[in-house]
Design a protein around this ligand. Sequence first.
Ligand SMILES: *[C@@H]1O[C@H](CO)[C@@H](O)[C@H](O)[C@H]1NC(C)=O
Ligand SMILES: *[C@@H]1O[C@H](CO)[C@@H](O)[C@H](O)[C@H]1NC(C)=O
Ligand SMILES: *[C@@H]1O[C@H](CO)[C@@H](O)[C@H](O)[C@H]1NC(C)=O
Ligand SMILES: *[C@@H]1O[C@H](CO)[C@@H](O)[C@H](O)[C@H]1NC(C)=O
Length: 365
Amino acid sequence: MAQQRNPASAKVFNLLLFIFFFSICLSRPATGEEEHTWQEAFEALGIAWNPDGTLNRTVQIPMVPPTPSINPNDTAQVALSTDVFGTSRPYRLYRPINLPKNKKLPLIIYAHGGDFVLFSVSTVIFHNFCNDIAAQFPAIVVSVEYRLAPEHRLPAHYDDTLNAIFWVRDQALRIRPRHPYLEHADFSRVFLVGSSAGANIAFHVALRSLDFNLWPLKIKGLLLNQAYFGGENRTESEIRLKDDPYVALYVNDVLWTLALPLPANNRDHEFCNPLSGGSYLGRVPRLPPVYVKADYGDPLVDRSTVLVEMLRFYGVRVVYQYGTDGSHGIEQRNSTAAQELYDGMKKFIYSIGEYAETEGNYASL
Ligand SMILES: *[C@@H]1O[C@H](CO)[C@@H](O)[C@H](O)[C@H]1NC(C)=O
Ligand SMILES: *[C@@H]1O[C@H](CO)[C@@H](O)[C@H](O)[C@H]1NC(C)=O
Ligand SMILES: *[C@@H]1O[C@H](CO)[C@@H](O)[C@H](O)[C@H]1NC(C)=O
Ligand SMILES: *[C@@H]1O[C@H](CO)[C@@H](O)[C@H](O)[C@H]1NC(C)=O
């Protein structure tokens, strides 16, 4: 744990820290950075802006319904899922098909990816991800249907995910009848998990949650997969991979403009650049252990590296896993890379506390 510091020296200290981390891997904007219009970015994203400020989203990734029962035609099915409504936001819940006997499972609260602007719990790539982790860890998963920008700018995403934590706490306290899936959850072993923008959300929500009494929940860890962060200055990897097919630099710039609170003109906003987190840096030492997954073929990799350095500096326990040539969202396209990710996350989750893994004690419900 980092030592307590008084506020004035902490301020100077934070400033020095900030400059130090930036000097590690940030440099000037690339000269000769090509000009792109925001219309090009909108085309790349499959979005169109209506005069009333709402977006039409025409991304060609299918949405799928939950699978609450075993479908005998689907031999690949590994988990059950169901949607919960009537809460502040809808949630999609997952449980493995086979539940261990007499044993509760870790509880995952999951924030999907999509640059804060796109996608849903029902987008097939995130639905499959949740099915996989529910079956493999195994775990009970609560995937949050948070609101999207620009109709709802940050911190709406953080608020909705924090509310999901409160909903789970109320489930633990049986304030309302408990959902049957959550009967299998160990509320003292909660993990926040996010992919891409979801990892940014998980990070901020973990920090915010420190201000609340969540008893009897215990957030034991934070898992960040290819976290979506940014900043005004470009990193080496952002410049090297600026035309990346998944997260091109000019597209990211437009996305931050859509997602950040108005006037949304500064990517050193604390929601975007974790090093400028003036209002929350003091809370960082109180974070639970953090798992960081990044890939050298992802323009965002340097942002994760800087985050790992910062967390370590503040005394947070960090486990990081870097893939050599994976690109952004590699787990959606490469099953070997997906398995490496699942294995890394599972190892992290089971390394915390006394949660000994026992094989061969599973029974179908
Ligand atoms: C968005 O979709 C609506 C309904 O399909 C359509 O009327 C409108 O023209 C679209 N807006 C843009 C900017 O394409
Ligand atoms: C399984 O496939 C059969 C034959 O195609 C079909 O009649 C049945 O409705 C399917 N069951 C489910 C649960 O989809
Ligand atoms: C951005 O880079 C410039 C030039 O290297 C530097 O002067 C400035 O301090 C950097 N800004 C931040 C916020 O690190
Ligand atoms: C898939 O990922 C694995 C592990 O990261 C890597 O070794 C392999 O080359 C990748 N396959 C393809 C086709 O990219």
